[in-house]
Design a protein around this ligand. Structure first.
Ligand code: NAD
Length: 365
């Protein structure tokens, strides 16, 4: 170790208890579908996707061949309960023994809800960077509230990461989804239940995402950047699945679930602000994040990266009204997540005000 580098804090003890799916990563992963179906003994597969089916769905459907039993294309953001019910009904109607979710967190979320409702298990073919495929976390929304929980039954049996399927991801979705993945990594670095392995994954995830997202946004067909970003997204999903998330994820769940703000863009706006707030209480995490981002000012670098990727800068741009900020802060306080820095309602209100205005935060003292 070079003398000017601060020494890494050595763990005194930890519990590493992670449920993780089988992962097949890389060009040609889709060709493995028949083999993966054989492994699972599946003969009737329900494909789950959003209404905008796209090329990825066609390619997966073709790879399923005669084992494609049906397509449910009603997946929507935040898994409305009626969508989860409709998908489960469809799985039963076509007598599916397996589902295959093709798309981002919305499609994967529906497959998770089906598995949770005693429907068939599933394979995930992620086409965004949200990371849901790597976690036991499920979410279902009803009446303006999003219920979430962890359950090993919602973990995919296999995840097929095929970078070619992400080439069509529009720049704005690439950018926001990439910031969503970064948020998993940043919060994993200061998680109360973090381990040396989850921290390695999270730091490497930040490095891969920060290095590849700008090129993937500039030129969506840049295969190397797409592959690097998807690799980062896998690590981010693994980080999210391994440890408990903090204040940032709590705020984003409230803003998405109760105020209908777009999931990934909300992460992009909030992340620099929460990083700045938590920095004084998470020195080691910030040192790792700084190393991965190549900047001492983690919050500033995250803000600048968001800017460079062209993501919205403020909650105001996402449609939040200033008059809603206090109600959102109160809701955040109803069920606060573990967080390295203690906070009260006024702290959350101040964070939301900063994010609403879109000012540039800094995590340097
Ligand atoms: P998404 O799945 O809604 O996808 C965003 C948009 O991009 C959709 O319109 C989709 O059709 C389109 N799209 C996806 N892939 C594409 C491609 N390759 N080419 C062109 N268009 C494409 O968005 P998301 O950010 O991936 O997921 C958000 C949802 O996932 C939220 O409901 C969130 O709560 C959930 N989520 C859950 C977890 C978890 O662990 N449970 C983790 C992260 C996100």
């Amino acid at each position: 170790m070079r003398s000017h580098e601060p020494r890494e804090a050595m763990p005194l003890g930890f519990t590493h208890d992670v449920h993780a799916p089988r992962v097949v990563f890389g060009a040609g992963a889709l060709d493995r579908i028949p083999e993966e179906l054989d492994r699972l003994g599946a003969s009737r597969v329900l494909l789950i996707c959003t209404a905008r089916r796209g090329d990825a769905v066609d390619r997966v459907a073709a790879a399923l061949g005669a084992r494609l039993a049906g397509i449910f294309d009603g997946a929507r953001m935040h898994v409305p309960a009626e969508v989860a019910d409709a998908a489960l009904d469809e799985a039963r109607r076509v007598d599916a023994d397996l589902c295959i979710a093709v798309g981002g967190g919305s499609a994967i979320g529906v497959a998770k809800a089906v598995a949770l409702g005693d429907g068939p298990p599933f394979i995930a073919v992620p086409t965004t960077y949200s990371g849901s495929e790597m976690t036991t976390i499920w979410g279902i929304s009803a009446n303006g509230l999003k219920a979430t929980g962890r359950d090993p039954r919602v973990l995919p049996r296999t995840v097929l990461y095929e970078p070619a399927l992400t080439l069509s991801l529009p720049p704005a979705v690439t950018a926001a989804s990439g910031m969503n993945a970064l948020a998993h990594c940043v919060e994993a670095l200061y998680a109360h239940d973090g381990t040396p392995v989850s921290s390695l994954m999270a730091e490497e995830g930040i490095r891969a995402l920060a290095a590849n997202l700008p090129a993937a946004v500039r030129d969506g067909t840049d295969g190397e950047a797409r592959s690097g970003a998807l690799y980062g997204a896998w690590l981010a999903g693994g980080s999210l699945g391994a440890v408990a998330m903090g204040l940032h994820h709590r705020i984003c769940h409230v803003l998405g679930g109760s105020f209908d703000l777009p999931h990934a863009e909300t992460h992009a706006v909030m992340l620099p602000h929460v990083a700045a707030f938590n920095a004084p209480a998470a020195r080691d995490a910030m040192r790792r994040a700084a190393r991965a981002l190549g900047s001492e000012d983690v919050a500033g670098a995250l803000y600048d990266l968001r800017e460079a990727l062209g993501c919205p800068a403020s909650l105001r741009e996402l449609g939040m009204m200033q008059g809603q900020l206090n109600a959102a802060a109160d809701r955040v306080m109803e069920s606060p997540y573990p967080n390295p820095r203690q906070f009260d309602a006024e702290d959350v209100r101040a964070l939301l005000r900063d994010a609403w205005s879109g000012r540039r935060p800094s995590s340097i003292d």
